[in-house]
Design a protein around this ligand. Structure first.
Ligand code: B3K
Ligand code: ZN
Length: 862
C-alpha cells in the first residue's frame, strides 16, 4: 500500500467553516443532506480541482450555490468526489448521500448495533457519511438535524447542545443539535435508538450547569451508575489538576455493544464499548471498574487535549493520545494508590509497548509515514507517548509543567496543533531549549541504560557510571534518571551528589559519571525510581542486593522491580537454593507489610509474565521452556510460602454478609487474597483446586468468582470442566461475562485448548460480528497463550491466521489488530518461526486484502 508522509503535509486548499447536516435515519437507506460552507484557504493553494473524500457512499444529489452541478463538472470514484473547477470564492455545496447502516460491518461511519444507530468517525469514518475534506485541520461548526421513526429511535443524540425537537407527521420525530465549537470531522457523532439513561447535574467552576448522562440498553440503567460517577469525578479533577472546565450544557455517554475499540471522544457525545460502561458487582471485576473509571476519564479529558486543541494531521496523534493517557493515569493515581497504579502502567508498557518497539512494527512516537492510520493507534503512540509527557514533567518540575500546559491550551485553543506547538509552550514558560528532548518523538526503539558503580570505602565515595545506547543511530536522548543509594538499614540520606541534588540526574550525553560523597557504607543503587524513563536498565546486582532494595528502598516502584528482577532471573536460569532465599525474602516482606498494603503485596507476588521472560531472553524463544520454568518457580514459591499464604487468605476473608465496594482499598484486599490462592494452588494443585472450588461457591462478586475460576482453569480434571460448564450456564445471557469465560478458556496452556476454542466458536453467544467476542476468544488466545499460539506444529498460528482471513473483508480494523500478534515471530526458535512464516505467507496469498491487513503483513514480514 502507498505511504503518506509527514514531509508531504500541505494545508488544505479549501476550508469548510460550517456544516449543516440533515440525517434521516433508516435501517437500509439513511439519507444525509450536507450543506457545506466552503472557501479557498488563504494559507493553501486553491488553484486545482477540489477533492472531497468519500468511501462507500451513494451520491444522490450535488448542488453548488443552489444549482445542480452538471455531470461534466465532477467525477466520483472509490476515493471520493472531485469538482473539476471549484469557485475561487466562498460557496455553498449541498451533497446528498445515502448509506446502508445495517450492512456496515466495518463499524466505521454510521452503523447499527443491537438496533441502535451510532457512528465512529476517527480516524477517517466521516467520509463514509458524506463527501468531505476529511482531515483534522479542517474545522467546522456543525448543526445536525436527525430524524427517525419514533418507535425505532426514541432517543436522538448529536454533538453539542440540544436546540429543538418535535414530531414529524404521525410516527416520526426529529431533534436538532448545535455544537458551537469548531471541530474536525473525526469528532462528529450521532446516535439514535431505544436507550435508557441515568443522569446527574454538574456545575463547572465557571458556573455553567451541565447535565451529564449515560445511555445504555433499556433495563441496564442500574449498571451505568459507576460510569456516571466517574464522569463527575473526571470533571472535578480536570478543573483542579489542569484548570480545564467543561464547555457545553450537556455531556452524554452512550454504551454500544459492537465497537472497534474502547471508546471515542466525540464532542459532547462520547460513544463507548459497553464493556467500559456497564458494571455491577455480579458481572464486573475490580479490573473492570478501574478500566471504566480510566476510560471515562480519558475520553472526557480529550475534551481539552484533543477536541479544543486538536491535531493538525494524523502524524501528530500522540499529541492528543499520549497527553491524554498521561492525564488519565494521573487521574487514576489520584483516585487510587499512586505507586500501585504506576506499577500497573509500567507492566502494561512492558507487555505491549516494549515488544512492539523491539519488533517489525516498531515506529517513532510520531511516525513519519503510514499506509493506514488506523494501524497507528498503538501502544507506542499512546503509552510511550504518555511516558514522554511524564519525563517532560520530571525534567522541568511540576509547577513549570502546569504553567506550560496552561500556555499550550491558551495558545492553541480552537487550533489544530503539532508536537512542536506543544513543546514550544514549555520552552516559552521555562526559557529552556527542548530540542534535544524532542528526539524522544523521533527515535524508535527502547533505549538501554547501563549502570556500574564502585565504592571507595576510605574516601566514603561512590561513583556511578551511566551510559545510554539506542538501537538506531543518532544523537543521545535526554533521560531523566531518578535515583538514590540504599544501605543495609535503608536509604543513605546523608549521601550527596552534586549533579542529582533533587534525586534526579538528567542523562543528556552518551555517558556520564556521578559522584556521591559522604557514603558511609557500600550502597546498592536504586535507579530509575518510579520508572522515570521508558528504558531498559542493565545493572548487574546480586540477588542479595536486589532483595535489599525490596526490603529497604524508599521507592515502592523499585521495591517491586527488585522482586521482579530476582524472579525473572530465576525463570531464565532456575536455581533451587536461590529460589529458597527469594521465598524467604518474600516471606519476610509478606509478614511485615502484606496486610498494610495488600494491593502492593499482590503485585510483588505476581511474577513476570511469560512474555516478559521471552522478551528478556537473548537467544531464540521456546515458549514451552519458559512456561515450564515459570510454572516451576511458582510451584516452588507456593510450597515455600504456603503457611503465610494460608494466613493471608484467612486474614483477608470478607466479613459475613459484607457488601462489595469497588474502591481501591477493597480491591487491593481481594487482589492479594486471590493472588495467595493462585500461588497456593501452584504449590499444591489438589488442595488448591479444592480451596478454589469452595471459594467459587462462596463468591459474592465477579472479582472473586472469576479469580477462583481462573485458578481452577489451570488445573486439569473433572472439577475444572464442571466449574467451567456451570459458570457458562449461569451467565449464558451476559455477553460481557461470557467474554471473560471465553478468554479464560482460550488462555489455558494445554494442547486441548485449540479444540476448546473451535467448540466455543459455535457457542450461541459467540459472533464474529462483535469485536468484543472476537477479542475475548481469539485475541486472548494469540496474546495471552504463548505456548499454544506458537505451537511448533503451526496449529495455533493457523487458528489466528484463519480468523484474520475470515474477518478481513467484514472488519479490516479488527483483522489487522489480531494480526499484530505475529509481531515477535522472528524471535521464536526455528520450527515455530517457520510455521509462523508459512501462515503469514498464506495470508499474503489471499487476493484483495484490505489496506489495514496488507500494511501490518508487509511490515511484519519485512
Ligand atoms: N480516539 C479514539 C481512538 C480512535 C481509534 C481509531 N481507529 C479513542 C481514544 O483514544 O480515546
Ligand atoms: Zn484517546
Amino acid at each position: 500500500p502507498p505511504l503518506i508522509r509527514l514531509e508531504d503535509y500541505r494545508p488544505s486548499a479549501f476550508l469548510i467553516d460550517r456544516v449543516n447536516l440533515d440525517i434521516v435515519l433508516d435501517p437500509h437507506a439513511t439519507r444525509i443532506t450536507a450543506d457545506l460552507a466552503l472557501r479557498p484557504n488563504p494559507a493553501g493553494a486553491p488553484d486545482g480541482p477540489l477533492h472531497l473524500d468519500g468511501d462507500d457512499l451513494t451520491l444522490v444529489g450535488l448542488d453548488l450555490d443552489g444549482a445542480p452541478v452538471p455531470g461534466a463538472d465532477y467525477a466520483v470514484d472509490a476515493s471520493g468526489l472531485t469538482l473539476h473547477r471549484p469557485p475561487r470564492r466562498p460557496f455553498m455545496l449541498r451533497v446528498v448521500t445515502e448509506v446502508d447502516p445495517t450492512a456496515n460491518t466495518k463499524l466505521m461511519g454510521l452503523y447499527r448495533t443491537d438496533g441502535v444507530y451510532c457512528t465512529q468517525c476517527e480516524a477517517d469514518g466521516f467520509r463514509r457519511i458524506t463527501y468531505f475534506l476529511d482531515r483534522p485541520d479542517v474545522m467546522a461548526v456543525y448543526t445536525t438535524r436527525i430524524e427517525a421513526r419514533r418507535e425505532e429511535a426514541p432517543v436522538l443524540l448529536g454533538n453539542g447542545n440540544p436546540v429543538e425537537a418535535g414530531p414529524v407527521g404521525e410516527d416520526r420525530h426529529y431533534a436538532v443539535w448545535h455544537d458551537p465549537h469548531p471541530k474536525p470531522a473525526y469528532l462528529f457523532a450521532v446516535v439514535g435508538g431505544r436507550l435508557g439513561k441515568v443522569e446527574a447535574p454538574f456545575r463547572t467552576m465557571e458556573g455553567r450547569d451541565v447535565t451529564c448522562a449515560v445511555y445504555v440498553e433499556p433495563g441496564r440503567e442500574d449498571r451505568a451508575g459507576y460510569a456516571l460517577d466517574a464522569v463527575i469525578r473526571s470533571m472535578q479533577w480536570d478543573e483542579r489538576a489542569f484548570g480545564r472546565a467543561y464547555d457545553l450544557d450537556v455531556f452524554n455517554v452512550v454504551a454500544v455493544s459492537a465497537f472497534n475499540m474502547g471508546a471515542m471522544e466525540n464532542k459532547g457525545l462520547n460513544i463507548f464499548n459497553d464493556k467500559y460502561v456497564l458494571a455491577v458487582p455480579e458481572t464486573a471485576t475490580d479490573a473492570d471498574y478501574a478500566n471504566i473509571e480510566a476510560i471515562i476519564a480519558h475520553e472526557y479529558f480529550h475534551n481539552w487535549s484533543g477536541n479544543r486543541v486538536t491535531c493538525r494531521d494524523w502524524f501528530q496523534l500522540c499529541l492528543k493520545e499520549g497527553l491524554t493517557v498521561f492525564r488519565d493515569q494521573e487521574f487514576s493515581s489520584d483516585m487510587r494508590s499512586r505507586p500501585v497504579h504506576r506499577i500497573g502502567e509500567v507492566r502494561s508498557l512492558r507487555a505491549r509497548q516494549f515488544p512492539e518497539d523491539a519488533g517489525p512494527l516498531r515506529h517513532p512516537v510520531r511516525p513519519n509515514a503510514y499506509a493506514e492510520i488506523n494501524n497507528f493507534y498503538t501502544a507506542t503512540v499512546y503509552d510511550k507517548g504518555a511516558e514522554i509527557v511524564r519525563m517532560l514533567r520530571t525534567l522541568i518540575g511540576p509547577a513549570a509543567f502546569r504553567a506550560g500546559m496552561d500556555r499550550y491550551f491558551a495558545d492553541n485553543d480552537g487550533r489544530a496543533a503539532t508536537v512542536e506547538d506543544f513543546l514550544a509552550a514549555f520552552a516559552t514558560v521555562t526559557g529552556r531549549d527542548l530540542s534535544a528532548f524532542a528526539r524522544w518523538y523521533e527515535r524508535p526503539g527502547t533505549p538501554r541504560l547501563s549502570a556500574q558503580g564502585a565504592y571507595d570505602a576510605a574516601a566514603r565515595r561512590y561513583t556511578l557510571h551511566l551510559a545510554q545506547a539506542l538501537p538506531t543511530e543518532g544523537p543521545p536522548l535526554v533521560i531523566p534518571v531518578a535515583l538514590g543509594l540504599v544501605g543495609a538499614g535503608g536509604p543513605l540520606d546523608g549521601a550527596t551528589c552534586a549533579s542529582a541534588a533533587d534525586g534526579v540526574f538528567i542523562l543528556d550525553r552518551i555517558e556520564a559519571e556521578l559522584v556521591f560523597e559522604n557514603v558511609t557504607e557500600e550502597p546498592v543503587p536504586s535507579l530509575l525510581r518510579d520508572f522515570s524513563a521508558p528504558v531498559r536498565l542493565d545493572l548487574a546486582l546480586s540477588d542479595a542486593q536486589r532483595l535489599r532494595l525490596l526490603a529497604r528502598d524508599s521507592d515502592p516502584f523499585n521495591r517491586w522491580q527488585a522482586a521482579q528482577d530476582v524472579a525473572l532471573r530465576l525463570i531464565l536460569a532456575p536455581d533451587a537454593a536461590r529460589t529458597d532465599a527469594f521465598a524467604e525474602a518474600l516471606g519476610t516482606f509478606l509478614d511485615g507489610e502484606a496486610l498494610a498494603d495488600p494491593a502492593f503485596a499482590a503485585l510483588v507476588l505476581a511474577l513476570p509474565t511469560e512474555a516478559e521472560a521471552a522478551d528478556a531472553l537473548s537467544g531464540d524463544i521456546d515458549p514451552d521452556a519458559i512456561h515450564r520454568a515459570r510454572h516451576a518457580l511458582r510451584a516452588h514459591l507456593g510450597r515455600a510460602l504456603a503457611p503465610r499464604l494460608t494466613r493471608i487468605d484467612a486474614a483477608l476473608a470478607p466479613a459475613e454478609g459484607a457488601s462489595y465496594s469497588p474502591d481501591a482499598a477493597s480491591a487491593g484486599r481481594r487482589a492479594l487474597r486471590n493472588a495467595a490462592l493462585d500461588l497456593m494452588a501452584a504449590g499444591d494443585p489438589q488442595a488448591g483446586a479444592a480451596l478454589a472450588t469452595r471459594r467459587l461457591d462462596a463468591a459474592t462478586n465477579m472479582t472473586d468468582r472469576l479469580a477462583a475460576l481462573a485458578t481452577i482453569a489451570q488445573i486439569p480434571g473433572e472439577a475444572r470442566e464442571a466449574a467451567l460448564a456451570s459458570f457458562g450456564e449461569r451467565y449464558a445471557h451476559e455477553p460481557l461475562v461470557l467474554d471473560k469465560w471465553f478468554a479464560l478458556q482460550a488462555t489455558i496452556p494445554e494442547e486441548g485448548t485449540l479444540a476448546r476454542i473451535a467448540a466455543l466458536k459455535g457457542h450461541p453467544a459467540f459472533a464474529m460480528t462483535n469485536p468484543n467476542r472476537v477479542r475475548a476468544l481469539i485475541g486472548s488466545f494469540s496474546m495471552g497463550n504463548p505456548t499454544q499460539f506458537a505451537r511448533a506444529d503451526g496449529s495455533g498460528f493457523a487458528l489466528v491466521a484463519d480468523t484474520v482471513k475470515a474477518l478481513d473483508s467484514a472488519n479490516p480494523q479488527i483483522a489487522a489488530r489480531l494480526l499484530t500478534a505475529f509481531g515477535s515471530w522472528r524471535r521464536l526458535e526455528k520450527n515455530r518461526r517457520q510455521a509462523a512464516a508459512e501462515m503469514l505467507n498464506g495470508i499474503k496469498a489471499v487476493p484483495g486484502l484490505s489496506r489495514d491487513v496488507a500494511d501490518i503483513l508487509v511490515r511484519t514480514l519485512k
